[in-house]
Write a protein that binds this ligand. Sequence first.
Ligand SMILES: *Cc1c(COP(=O)(O)O)cnc(C)c1O
Length: 416
Amino acid sequence: MVISRRAFVATSAAAVGVPAFDYTGKTGLSGASVSLPAPRNAPLDRSLAGFEPFIEVEASAIRHNVAEVARLCSGRPILAVVKNNGYGLGLEIVGPVLDAVDQVAGLAVVKPDQAISLRDAGVQKPILLMGHFSDSDAEELIESGIQLTPYTDEAVSTVSRLARDRNREVPVHLYLDTGMNRVGVPFRRALPWIETIAADRAMRIESTFTCFTEDDDFDYTQLRRLRDVADSANERGFNIGRLHAASSHGVFFRPDGILEMVRPGLVLYGAYPAGGIETNMAGLRAALRLRARVVRVERLETGDGVSYGRNYIADKPTWIATLPIGHADGYPRNAINGCEIMIRGSLYKVIGAVSASHTIVELGSEKTAEIGDDAVLTGPDDPAILPNTVAERSGTSVYDVLMHLNARLPKRIVGV
Ligand SMILES: *Cc1c(COP(=O)(O)O)cnc(C)c1O
């Protein structure tokens, strides 16, 4: 007898006494004897029908951007940076997408919990933690197969001890500080550091890298310092792995810094590091849509003001629409300085102060939107709402437009 999948699900649910989910909202779980975790995709499904703003991630755009980077770097392997919750798009969303792309050699983050979250999301490729970690985090990180970047004596001895305890060689990376003076091993004392690791059979240097200051006059000095350390190490017979330096900016503007691997973040999500002067070099596609639905449409009379501070006053009868998304969700407060929002394919100006949870647009003399209409605040659909345009018009950095997106916004993935 063939049991249909639907029948099987119904039967097995009944057999174990699991209450069926009821999305009508009429019955809560209060009477249930067990509390069930929400289904993994529940926030996504809810956001499609309801009024919660959400982020839509286009997997095909990320793959396209990786291909563009690979082209610019003549096919060098890509260490995809997914720090800060995948630049706001969702670590658990962009991690698996990038993991599945051939040109991506591994993924990199800066915070220990994000390294673990990536593994939990099912990422198989190497995960590099570029930031500092505590002794107590080191064990879980090593157990999860996270590759570490120790740059203090304590971190090195912790990794060495944990590796020996496990009778395992742990891959580590050398983060060389060539002038950023932020993190890493200062280049002037890198050689003894490399010697210590090389003499310790518990560790193997997988790669050696630096971070450019992105100062036109100084990056080449940094590159020379990196190469000098690499040459001296090689002369002494130390294996320091692959060399890398270029992030998004370097991929476009430091051809000499492309080396043996590249380490971009921003470009993978479809934004340009220098505001778009790079468009003749690569055609990136914004990989996200920040979306919301109209919750209110009203007509102002002449003289009516809008939002806190009333810095918009209607000079004639004007229709306006309210979106349930604001600066607490990550939409820039300064969007009022010229940003536009797309509703049903048309662009409308942001007016009045952007508040924590609401943003208002001017529709004009006609009522051109209805409650429930789809809006896109940032996305690929028009030059006016590209992440770089939103950044420029709101006087902020495009990194902020992405990374300040509230991590709790529901995500939906399309184009898988
Ligand atoms: C963030 C970061 C990158 C990626 O930078 P983008 O400008 O987003 O490409 C690369 N390397 C390090 C060390 C970083 O912290």
